[in-house]
Design a protein around this ligand. Structure first.
Ligand code: PGA
Length: 244
């Protein structure tokens, strides 16, 4: 049976004081089991704080991005070996905000996934269609193109990735894909992953997940948990989602 995984994506939010309160509430409130896992992906400067506050807890942590390069003259970038030094278990790659605002192409996203795996970090590979793409009926083609780019590069590492399906029109908008819409895409992704020998990897759903819609989404057969933005900044709400 696949474990349920819920990951918080803080995006560019937080501060030392607020983080301490939030992380403290998570460590106090979370009881892990082998079948349910919780993690937070924090801004780079807070990785040391997350490591210090979460190290003895069952809550894992990670980053929201990673360089495709291991080291060198890449001003402003952070490499996967650096993330590993701070105990990161996960690195989000290909979030739609990176694709939209920072030019992360399918090829760059794939290279970032490879770099994360090489450092022992699980890449959370985000895929998702724009509203116009859904309306013109190319959702499956878009997410498969994004996934295939990664599968082509990670090779044997395919079964060590996590995939997150995040319809771009549902991120931060309050609009959520219906459980049936999300399940349909997840099933398509799983079929493709199975061909690559990775049919059992976790496929998370993301996009305006809240405590009151998480149950219906996570109840679908191919939805293994969630990638949670706004709602991950509130401990009570985030824990309710994780306990679904
Ligand atoms: P949201 O963000 O939950 O605020 O919609 C999800 C994400 O961008 O990962």
């Amino acid at each position: 049976m696949r474990s349920k995984l819920v990951v918080g994506n803080w995006k560019m939010n937080g501060g030392l004081v607020a983080n301490a309160a939030l992380l403290g509430a998570l460590t106090t409130g979370w009881r892990a089991g082998p079948e349910r896992l919780l993690a937070v992906c924090v801004p780079y400067p807070y990785l040391a704080q997350a490591q210090a506050l979460l190290a003895k807890s069952p809550v894992a942590w990670g980053a929201q991005n990673v360089s495709e390069h291991a080291s060198g003259a890449y001003t402003g970038e952070v490499s996967a070996p650096m993330l590993a030094e701070f105990g990161c278990r996960y690195a989000i790659v290909g979030h739609s905000e990176r694709r939209q605002f920072y030019g992360d192409t399918d090829g760059v996203v794939a290279a970032k996934a490879v770099a994360a795996l090489a450092a022992g970090i699980t890449p959370i590979v985000c895929v998702g269609e724009l509203l116009g793409e859904r309306e013109s009926g190319v959702t499956e083609a878009v997410v498969l193109r994004q996934l295939d780019a990664v599968l082509a590069q990670v090779g044997q590492g395919a079964d060590r990735i996590v995939v997150a399906y995040e319809p771009v029109w549902a991120i931060g908008t309050g609009l959520t894909a219906s459980p049936e819409q999300a399940q349909a895409v997840h099933a398509t992704l799983r079929e493709r992953l199975a061909v690559a020998g990775a049919g059992d990897v976790a496929i998370l759903y993301g996009g305006s997940v809240k405590a009151d819609n998480a149950g219906a989404l996570f109840g679908m057969p191919d939805i293994d948990g969630g990638l949670i933005g706004g709602a991950s900044l509130k401990a009570v709400e985030f824990l309710s989602i994780a306990r679904v």
